[in-house]
Every structure is written in structure tokens, then in C-alpha cells.
Design a protein around this ligand. Structure first.
Ligand code: PXL
Length: 278
């Protein structure tokens, strides 16, 4: 069985990061090892959340895994608990990157033009540094703006998006995927850039007029799971966008926007039928 490791927080309530990565990637038939970066009572959109930083465990976990000769088809990082963790992850990448696996970085830091509580520009530049080691990076437009120190806008032209993708790929990653792309009021999707082939790819779905929390993590988890299962990047992007869209639609039928995230669970049978190579 293929195995990946995902390195992100446990938000005990609020359906994001590890509590979505584990069920989604597992349901895609990929063993999901984890390193929790922090434990929070809820994600940071709730007020008065608790926060325990687990940075100091990371080097010890890595050391033990090296002794056991454990390896991974992919290393997938998400929300990090401290700026110090970034150097630890660089070290982790050096130890666990091989010729056959890939590093997938979701530089989780913000959305809708703003950084999440706890992050600042200094963190964004450090995250940019980490992205240099990634094979695949998946920022949204807010994260891309902070990393490139570029003004965030509500609307972008296709040329501007292409320029951002190329700038990000110049950092090093072979594949850059920008999420939350929209060139008109009816569609929302992603655009990717492959540095080697110099090709762009877009995939859009009909826009559902609501925003829920945690959908970025659902997208990244599905994408990395599909890639580990040897789907092409384009096919993996379609699977991930379609699954996120299904979860949003299912949730939209039931409730308005809130912090509790989407009904990704009820759509797991859809994901399995779509994504598992049986
Ligand atoms: O979904 C991204 C995310 C992950 N983890 C924590 C968060 C957020 C977004 O707010 O607060 C703790």
C-alpha cells in the first residue's frame, strides 16, 4: 500500500487540517501517516481557541522514523504551528525526500485577502522559503500575494494569474496550483502551471454563492491522494475540484455559512467511486 505523511495541526472541532486529511486520503486507499504540528480546541476562526505547539516533537519523530527506515510516497504539509517549524520541516524534507517521492506544500496562512490569526508577513516570507523545496505548491491568492509581497485584489485577469504562477514557479516547484481563481461571476476553480512543459491548465465549476471553512484542506488532501494514486496532475485537479464542489453543494442545501465546515463525510462514497483505482 502506498503511504504518505501529512504534517499539519489537529483542530479538535471545525473540520479542517488533519481531521479532514486523514479520512479523505485513507478513503482514497492511501495510508496516511501524520505529524501533528499543534493541537487547537477549534480552528482559529472561533474565538478563545486553545493552542498547544508541538514543534519540539518533530525532530524526535523524524529521528525515530529514520531508525525504522520508514519512507513515504509524498510529504504533504499544511497549517504550521510556529515559524521555527519551518526550519524543522526543511530538515525533515532533506531526510525524507527521495528520487521517487514528492513534496507537496499547502502554504496555509490566510484567505480572502487576510492572514489567519497568528500569522504575519515575516511568517509568509519564511513559508515562501519553504516553498522553494516543494515539488508541488498549492497557495490560494491570499497566500500567493503575501509570499510575493503583492497587493491582493478581488478580481484578476488571466494574464495576472499567469504572471503569479510563473513567479511562484521561479521559486523552484515543478507544479504550481493557484486555488480560488475566477474570471467571471459564474465560475470558480483552479489554474496550474507546469514549469517543464510551460503549460497552464484551468478547471472551473459553477460558483455556489457561499464560503465554508476548511475547503482548502479538503482540496489539498484530495489532490495529493489522487496524485499518489498515479493520476496525472490534470486528472487529480478535476477529482479534487469536483469533490470539493460536491461537498459545498451538499452543505449549501442544509445550512448557511458558518465555521463548522462542509459535509465532506456524506460525499466520501462519491470520492471513492471517482478516485480509487480498483
Ligand atoms: O483550514 C485552514 C486552517 C487549518 N488549521 C487551523 C486554521 C485554519 C484556518 O483558519 O485556523 C488551525
Amino acid at each position: 500500500m502506498k503511504r504518505l505523511v501529512t504534517i499539519q495541526d489537529i483542530s479538535c472541532v471545525g473540520k479542517c487540517s488533519l481531521t479532514v486529511a486523514l479520512p479523505i486520503i485513507s478513503s482514497m486507499g492511501v495510508e496516511t501517516s501524520v505529524i501533528p504540528t499543534a493541537v487547537l480546541s477549534t480552528h482559529t476562526m472561533f474565538k478563545r481557541f486553545t493552542f498547544r505547539d508541538l514543534s519540539s516533537d518533530i525532530p524526535e519523530i523524524a529521528k525515530h522514523w529514520k531508525e525504522e527506515n520508514i519512507n513515504f510516497e509524498a510529504i504533504y504539509t499544511g497549517y504550521l504551528g510556529s515559524i521555527e517549524q519551518i526550519d524543522m520541516l526543511k530538515d525533515f524534507f532533506k531526510q525524507f525526500k527521495t528520487n521517487d517521492n514528492f513534496i507537496f506544500i499547502d502554504p496555509v496562512m490566510g484567505d480572502n485577502g487576510k492572514l489567519y490569526t497568528g500569522f504575519n508577513q515575516k511568517f509568509a516570507l519564511k513559508m515562501k522559503d519553504l516553498c522553494k523545496m516543494g515539488d508541488v505548491i498549492v497557495p490560494n491568492l491570499t497566500e500567493a500575494s503575501y509570499m510575493l509581497e503583492r497587493e491582493y485584489k478581488e478580481k484578476y485577469t488571466e494574464e495576472e494569474i499567469k504572471e503569479i504562477l510563473i513567479k511562484l514557479s521561479n521559486l523552484g516547484p515543478k507544479q504550481v496550483i493557484l486555488t480560488g481563481i475566477s474570471f467571471n461571476d459564474n465560475e470558480l476553480g483552479v489554474m496550474s502551471y507546469n514549469k517543464k512543459t510551460n503549460e497552464f491548465f484551468t478547471y472551473f465549476k459553477e460558483k455556489i454563492p457561499v464560503k465554508y471553512h476548511g475547503t482548502g484542506d479538503i482540496f489539498s488532501s484530495t489532490l495529493v491522494g489522487a496524485m499518489v494514486n498515479d493520476n496525472s496532475l490534470e486528472e487529480s485537479l478535476k477529482i479534487a475540484v469536483d469533490y470539493v464542489w460536491e461537498t459545498i453543494l451538499d452543505t449549501y442545501k442544509e445550512k448557511k455559512e458558518d465555521a463548522y465546515g462542509v459535509n465532506f463525510e456524506t460525499k466520501i462514497p462519491y470520492l471513492i467511486s471517482r478516485a480509487n483505482k480498483l
